[in-house]
Ligand binder design. Sequence first.
Ligand code: GLP
Length: 241
Amino acid sequence: MKIYITKNYDDLSKKAANIMASQIIMKPNCVLGFATGASPVGLYKQLIKYYESGDLDFAEVSTVNLDEYKGLSSDDPNSYHQFMQTNLFSHINVDPKNVFLPDGLAKNSDEECERYNKVISSLGGVDLQLLGIGTNSHIGFNEPSDSFAKETNCIELSQSTIIANSKYFDNDSMPKYAYTMGIKSIMQAKKILLVANGKGKAKALKDSLTGPITPSVPASILQLHSDLTVVADEDAFSLMR
Ligand code: GLP
């Protein structure tokens, strides 16, 4: 495990973007696993700058996202499809044919999970998977549980995730279910890059990186990955000093 501690969010974003950029430079047709949430937004801004200055080319890159809300269409402003369009895809030259997310409107959840698993394996797996972390240590939408989920699954969101994410939704409109890559799918990525910022993530990060490996702390499984890089600001790292 490599850990980089940065002074602030800006430095975290640049460091994490450089790691991702080096992956694209080393393998222009790589498969990137993307994440949503506030944490990676600065990283995406930095990747856009590299693209605009001619330093990065996404023409051959394929992307798979971790998760999507069940019940939201791909053009719903709160969908993760739209999040990725707004924060990254509409600003770079990634080919829409090479962009993959779970379909929130799929009629049959089991079939949708199966379809998404096949998408990931048909691409040959993920070269570099970006992750944020929830305050309850969830990764993707893999919530604390009695067992580690394997591949793509449709899960009921926990109360703490609903509280954390409902700020993006009007009234009570936040979906209660979501599709997420499973823990096994995440762990099969060749490299993993975890970003965490702010005091609110300090306990989740400490429990995940230094505590016992248990499905009640989903990100704790990352301790077993052979190529994990963590980029955290001082606040997120504060309980480990
Ligand atoms: C959501 C996403 C996760 C993300 C988490 C943390 O639940 N499904 O992938 O890591 O939020 O988000 P934030 O970075 O906004 O704290």
